[in-house]
Design a protein around this ligand. Structure first.
Ligand code: AMP
Ligand code: ZN
Length: 113
């Protein structure tokens, strides 16, 4: 198993698990770009948004729900935050396992790439 995020799911790469249920886990980004920078992923290995089947779409809503809860827990719900899902090479996706970034705790750039 080569996927770094699958290895986190399997407990083979250590991470501080901030949330998990049957479908989803969340952990801090190892290279944070903001005071709050968390990663929310489906446990199932889905390579990217472009690989999502129609029947898998509800996982995105679930990830947003968890991100909103974590934003509250981390104290950025009022100040504001950004959820980002990059897809593919030109979308800036480096880890080929679908993931959502939760960024907050500072004023984020006004531009989107
Ligand atoms: P992306 O560019 O959207 O593919 O983002 C991948 C993110 O995963 C980057 O922000 C990395 O810092 C983060 N990352 C890579 N390896 C780990 C790890 N072992 N634990 C936590 N975050 C990681
Ligand atoms: Zn994976």
């Amino acid at each position: 198993m080569e996927c770094i995020f699958c290895q986190i799911v399997a407990g083979k790469v250590p991470s501080e698990i901030l949330y998990q249920d049957e479908e989803v886990i969340a952990f801090p980004d190892i290279n944070p770009e903001a005071p709050v920078h968390l990663i929310i992923i489906p446990k199932r290995h889905i390579p990217s948004l472009a690989h999502l089947s129609e029947w898998e779409l509800p996982i995105i809503g679930h990830m947003v729900d968890i991100a909103n809860q974590l934003a509250k827990r981390k104290g950025v719900s009022e100040s504001g935050y950004r959820l980002v899902i990059s897809c593919g090479k030109e979308g800036g996706q480096l880890v080929p396992h679908l993931h959502m970034h939760l960024l907050g705790g500072r004023k984020l750039s006004d531009t989107l790439g």
